[in-house]
Ligand binder design. Structure first.
Ligand SMILES: NC(=O)c1ccc[n+]([C@@H]2O[C@H](COP(=O)([O-])OP(=O)(O)OC[C@H]3O[C@@H](n4cnc5c(N)ncnc54)[C@H](OP(=O)(O)O)[C@@H]3O)[C@@H](O)[C@H]2O)c1
Length: 401
């Protein structure tokens, strides 16, 4: 006899764009994607600006009526009904907000980029360990069935030992026009703005999940990094285009050193004019390559091309309530097709499953790997001379931002 699903009670911290998308996906019936052992509900949401803003968020996202609205993050984290907090503030605020939740004894799923720097990521990981709480960076793409499939192809030797990964996540955002006052989180130094932390994290995600995560834990080693970073003119302390060359040391038996080029930009696009037929990610081995089509953060299509002439294409449309449901999700101005989820439920399922199983970290990206990627981004910023204001780089807690 199958067991009744266990319900995980979420609290949503912040009410912006991604909080809305995540919460709508969270409330989709998990059986629509074949998940039967857990369910999700939202019991509270908090806005730093006002309680009515949180009330409006709960209404807009269709949260069940007993869900509570808070006008303060500090009050919200004390709510005894919350099992896990989803942190959806700009990355400048992740450290303070995740620490606030951990200090209050809450498990945490924290949006990407995890923190502003590796020191903050280490401090959060140490706090979670001290309090025996679950903590995971919300790199949703890692939990897509598409990503699981790609990693399986690599570990099963389909293309041979990965020798090189070319990985881009760029969007031509026309920043001077779109963010003309310089206050938007994409370009604002006070919000840790720039391409690297916001978009580059996905270029690095594909490099790490195919070239690092797929190696045995006991032998994998951090990469050496060489970076070029171009500052965004109007605000200076934010990058508009960043290019990283990474060398991953590997034993001769495992294929020897492997290379990656990870690129990101808010000036030029991976898929100009939304022409997604350009492979933004190419994972190359001696027997062939795996191509992943844009966007890097929400891919639905891959192609495998092998030396023996095999060409395989595979698609993963996002599940959801389906056509005829009258339900829509999407991010910002973009709307998905009717009934099609955004894909954020996969990471939520993993976080919920970890809580049920008593695990303290995500299955497909450990805290050590999140910290290592933050270290790479620290080094890229060091080489490119990109610093942020002291108070958002700080590991002090609490700090009023
Ligand atoms: N996984 C993804 O696909 C994805 C996509 C986009 C963004 N993100 C990540 O999610 C985070 C939020 O992005 P977003 O697009 O949702 O941003 P957003 O629309 O600007 O929302 C951010 C929210 O954070 C809260 N906040 C608290 N202090 C703030 C401050 N000083 N300035 C601005 N907002 C503040 C606000 O909510 P309250 O007023 O309610 O407190 C605001 O609505 C970022 O770290 C970003 O990298 C992830």
């Amino acid at each position: 006899m199958s067991q009744a699903p266990i319900t995980i009670r979420w609290g949503i911290l912040a009410t912006g764009g991604i909080a809305k998308t995540f919460t709508k996906d969270l409330l989709v019936d998990p059986t629509t994607r074949g998940v039967k052992h857990i369910k999700h509900t939202v019991v509270a949401a908090a806005s730093s600006s006002s309680k009515p803003r949180a009330e409006e968020f709960l209404r807009e996202t269709g949260c069940p009526s007993p869900a509570k609205a808070y006008g303060s993050y500090e009050e919200f984290v004390k709510d005894p009904d919350i099992d896990i907090v989803y942190v959806a503030t700009p990355h400048s605020h992740h450290y303070q907000c995740a620490m606030l939740a951990l200090e209050a004894g809450k498990n945490v799923l924290c949006e990407k980029a995890f923190t502003v720097n590796a020191a903050q990521a280490k401090a959060l990981a140490a706090k979670a360990k001290e309090k025996n709480l679950f903590l995971m960076e919300a790199v949703w793409t890692r939990y897509f069935p598409l990503s699981v499939y790609v990693r399986d192809q690599i570990t099963s030797g389909r293309i041979g030992p990965v020798a090189r990964v070319l990985s881009d996540n760029s969007m031509a955002m026309d920043p001077e026009r779109s963010f003309s006052d310089g206050k938007h989180r994409m370009v604002n130094p006070d919000l840790a703005g720039g391409a690297l932390l916001d978009l580059g994290i996905y270029a690095l995600t594909w490099v790490f999940q195919t070239l690092y995560h797929t190696q045995p834990e006991s032998t994998r080693q951090p990469p050496k990094v060489l970076a070029a970073l171009k500052s965004y003119g109007p605000t200076q302390h934010a990058d508009e285009t960043t290019t990283m060359v990474l060398n991953f040391p590997r034993s001769a038996e495992e294929g020897g050193d492997a290379h990656a080029v990870a690129t990101t930009s808010i000036r030029v696009a991976t898929a100009p004019g939304n022409h997604t037929d350009v492979p933004g990610i190419r994972i190359q081995g001696p027997k062939g390559e795996i191509q992943v089509f844009p966007p890097a953060f929400r891919p639905t299509k891959i192609r495998i091309i092998l030396k023996d002439g095999t060409v395989e294409e595979k698609e993963w449309p996002q599940p959801g309530p389906g056509r005829g449901s009258g339900w829509y999700n999407g991010f910002g101005g973009d709307k998905n097709d009717e009934g099609e989820g955004h894909g954020m439920f996969w990471e939520a399922d993993e976080a919920a499953t970890a809580l049920v199983e008593g695990r303290k970290e995500g299955k497909y990206e450990s805290l050590a790997e999140s910290i290592l990627i933050m270290e790479v981004m620290d080094e890229v910023r060091r080489q490119g001379g990109l610093t942020y204001p002291e108070k958002i780089e700080s590991t002090e807690f609490p700090v009023q931002l």
